[in-house]
Design a protein around this ligand. Structure first.
Ligand code: FES
Ligand code: FE
Length: 415
């Protein structure tokens, strides 16, 4: 593992305005420190509440070395626990999702309630105190249908984020939505390349014909390409949203999150035709053209909420050069497949876009692995989102390093 001073000097070696030095993208010893300093400390998107609508519904996610189970309890609250038995440590829930009245460890059948309390442990003697062996909780918060977790002992502040973004998301009614479709892909690329790729649309004209049928590659009025008919439509749409009480002013922070409602350039929804993918609008919306509400939170999620559906994205690192990307498509909870929507219409654009982005990320990784790779310049005109992400990443690493133990055993991982 890299020592604090080795990591600091690697951070210092980065030339401002350029992509990162090679080890940030493929060195397992950098990756190990990222797990500790970022992934085990920050708030992470776990998923959406619509995945687990009923008590006993659960899903698991892997954060570095730790499996976490997220579960709906009997009072319909959502909790997260380490998926590790308090007896001798066996993993409890196998697989990605399930439903059960209790959580039973497969090894010796210690049995936990949906609140994590140990209910039953056979043959442990009469003096055995079950109350001392509840499942270890993981911090868990929900925000208007999104679930966030943090593995930190004391996680970063969260209330400000919730207060700011909730009024924007609430009209979309994600809490009462249903998951119509879900995909998980493994991209052979470092997790930061997945985020970098998401943070710019410089690549869109060359790669995303389906997405560009409706979306603008312009990020808003600050983008130098912004103007013309699209600028006029933005003014018109924003006036209508303001009159309807629908928030749209951008929220931009240095806290690793941003949110903005962006007008569609053409059409109403992310479909091949631009028509709505689902006849039933979401939440309390009655305007079919509410643009796309875009919620970004580093290090692992970006989201679009439209009038008729929402798409949530979760990024989880698997190794220095492999990343899992899960996508959920949500529709109104009362919508019926085949009547109100077809999965083909709903998923065509982002299924294609995800596959295109996967190819871009994997080619990016292959090129970076080369002896010939040298960090290159970000465009100050159209890659400011990438710069914003890299600035957040480096400043978070450095900040967290200050609270990390000073002496770390130096042990290079063979690669
Ligand atoms: Fe879970 Fe023994 S390890 S019951
Ligand atoms: Fe893309």
């Amino acid at each position: 593992m890299l020592s604090n001073s080795e990591l600091k000097s690697l951070v210092s070696s980065r030339v401002p305005g350029r992509s990162l030095p090679q080890p940030f993208y493929n060195d397992p010893s950098v990756y190990e420190r990222e797990l500790e300093l970022i992934w085990e400390r920050e708030w992470l998107l776990a998923g959406v509440v619509a995945q687990i609508p009923k008590p006993g519904n659960w899903f698991t996610m892997q954060v570095g070395r730790s499996s976490v189970v997220i579960i709906r309890d009997r009072s319909k609250g959502i909790r997260a626990f380490y998926n590790t038995c308090r007896h001798r440590g066996s993993r409890i829930c196998a697989g990605e999702k399930g439903s059960s009245a209790t959580l039973v460890c497969p090894y010796h059948q210690w049995t936990y309630g949906l609140d994590g309390k140990l209910m039953f442990a056979r043959e442990m003697g009469v003096d055995f105190d079950t109350s001392a062996f509840s499942l270890k909780p993981v911090h868990c918060e929900t925000v208007e249908g999104y679930i966030f977790i943090s593995l930190a002992e004391e996680p970063p502040a969260f209330d400000d984020f919730r207060e700011k973004v909730s009024p924007y998301i609430r009209p979309h009614g994600l809490e009462n939505g249903k998951v119509a479709y879900e995909t998980t892909i493994i991209e052979k690329g470092n997790w930061k390349l997945v985020l970098e790729n998401n943070r710019e649309c410089y690549h869109c004209t060359g790669s995303h014909p389906e997405l560009l049928r409706t979306i603008s590659e312009f990020d808003g009025p600050t983008d130098p390409r912004f103007g013309g008919d699209y600028a006029e439509k933005c003014i018109k749409d924003e006036g209508r949203w303001t009159a309807a009480g629908l928030p749209h002013e951008p929220i931009e922070t240095d806290e690793g999150y941003r949110l903005v409602r962006v007008a569609m350039e053409r059409g109403l929804s992310f479909t091949m035709s631009g028509e709505l993918a689902c006849k039933k609008l979401m939440g309390t919306l009655d305007d079919a053209d509410v643009g796309s509400l875009r919620l970004l939170r580093f290090p692992n999620t970006w989201n679009h909420a439209l009038s008729d559906h929402a798409i949530a994205f979760r990024v989880l690192p698997l190794s220095a050069t492999e990343t899992q990307v899960t996508t959920w498509w949500l529709v109104n909870g009362d919508a019926v497949e085949g009547v109100d929507y077809s999965l083909e219409d709903l998923t065509a654009v982002w299924t294609a876009t995800n596959a295109q982005d996967q190819r871009l990320v994997e080619a990016n990784q292959l090129g970076i692995n080369s002896k010939g790779y040298e960090p290159g310049p970000y465009s100050s005109l159209v890659e400011s989102g990438v710069t914003e992400f890299i600035d957040w990443y480096l400043s978070t690493l450095v900040r967290e390093l200050h609270s990390a133990p000073a002496t770390i055993r130096v042990e290079r991982v063979a690669s």
